[in-house]
Ligand binder design. Structure first.
Ligand SMILES: C[S@@+](CC[C@H](N)C(=O)[O-])C[C@H]1O[C@@H](n2cnc3c(N)ncnc32)[C@H](O)[C@@H]1O
Length: 270
């Protein structure tokens, strides 16, 4: 099924962040805009996603935003002033960082929808929209047109996007990020479902089927050694890659004894 409207998965993860505020008190990731970005239907959307079956995915979505926010805060403290949110969806980084230049790059149809949502939320002056299809277009041209300084350091946030892209588009995006001096990137990726333990495999297969039915199928999986090698080959010398065990220990107060396959969050710096 081809994608005809705004990304449904973008709405889905935004609802998870809003539910996290309401049910979990935002204890992993506090986002004062998570509910309002959903618009007038927020209460109904939140109610629909509040059942226990969504708890695991909600935690992962909250963790990846928190991971990005923590590294972004360190980058801003070091003086980085350009932030690029790749595949932004309803991400609220721009609203939470009103003093940075934030470039939101997204599929044109999804971006139009986001612009309507954010228009009434007092969007900061530094927010720029860059409509780009990662599979078809060059990010550099769009960003340069929007005023991005190719010679100044930048922080890239790329959450919930890598699994949906082909390896070609992933390489092109990493090449671009690596071409910016002093760049940093935060993203998440998944190992292939067949690598997951049986209980988690069932959950991830349900997700795989759900996103495919929405016209946004998963296209790329990685194992951690392959991801590390890929990032190194692009020139990222410092890498932090957290798998389920490290995520459980750092953010979820959950002890997983052995390393097991699952979703990962990564930070990398040139
Ligand atoms: C699961 S959503 C994640 C949205 C957002 N990053 C977040 O975490 O809330 C996936 C996002 O990737 C974007 N995306 C997927 N494929 C894309 C492509 N080929 N070009 C541009 N954006 C794409 C979608 O438009 C959508 O905004």
């Amino acid at each position: 099924m081809p994608l005809t409207g705004p990304s449904r998965t973008a709405l889905g993860v935004a609802v998870h962040r809003a539910v996290h505020q309401v049910l979990d008190g935002g204890h992993i990731f506090a986002d004062p805009f998570a509910k309002s970005i959903l618009g007038p239907d927020s209460e109904g959307l939140i109610a629909e996603r509040s059942s226990p079956q969504h708890r695991h995915m909600r935690s992962f979505v909250a963790v990846r935003s928190r991971f990005a926010q923590d590294f972004l805060a360190q980058a801003v403290a070091r003086g980085v002033r350009q932030v690029v949110v790749l595949g932004a969806g309803l991400d609220t980084t721009a609203l939470r960082n009103p003093n940075a230049a934030v470039f939101e790059v997204d599929h044109p149809v999804t971006q139009d929808w986001k612009r309507e949502r954010i228009a009434g939320m007092n969007p900061p002056a530094g927010l720029r929209f860059v409509p780009v299809d990662f599979e078809q277009q060059n990010i550099a041209d769009g960003l340069a047109l929007a005023g991005f300084d190719l010679a100044a350091p930048a922080f890239f946030v790329w959450l919930g996007v890598v699994p949906y892209l082909t390896r070609n588009a992933i390489h092109a995006t990493l090449d671009f990020a690596a071409s910016i001096p002093g760049s940093e990137i935060v993203f998440d990726y998944s190992q292939a479902p067949e690598r997951y333990p049986p209980k988690q495999r069932k959950l991830v297969m349900a997700l795989v089927e759900r996103v495919a039915a929405l016209g946004e199928p998963f296209r790329s999986y990685f194992d951690p050694p392959e991801m590390t090698a890929l990032l190194k080959s692009k020139g990222f010398g410092r890498i932090e890659d957290l798998g389920p065990r490290e995520i459980g220990a750092r953010y979820l107060n959950r002890r997983i004894q052995t390393g097991r396959a699952g979703g990962h969050v990564v930070w990398a710096r040139r």
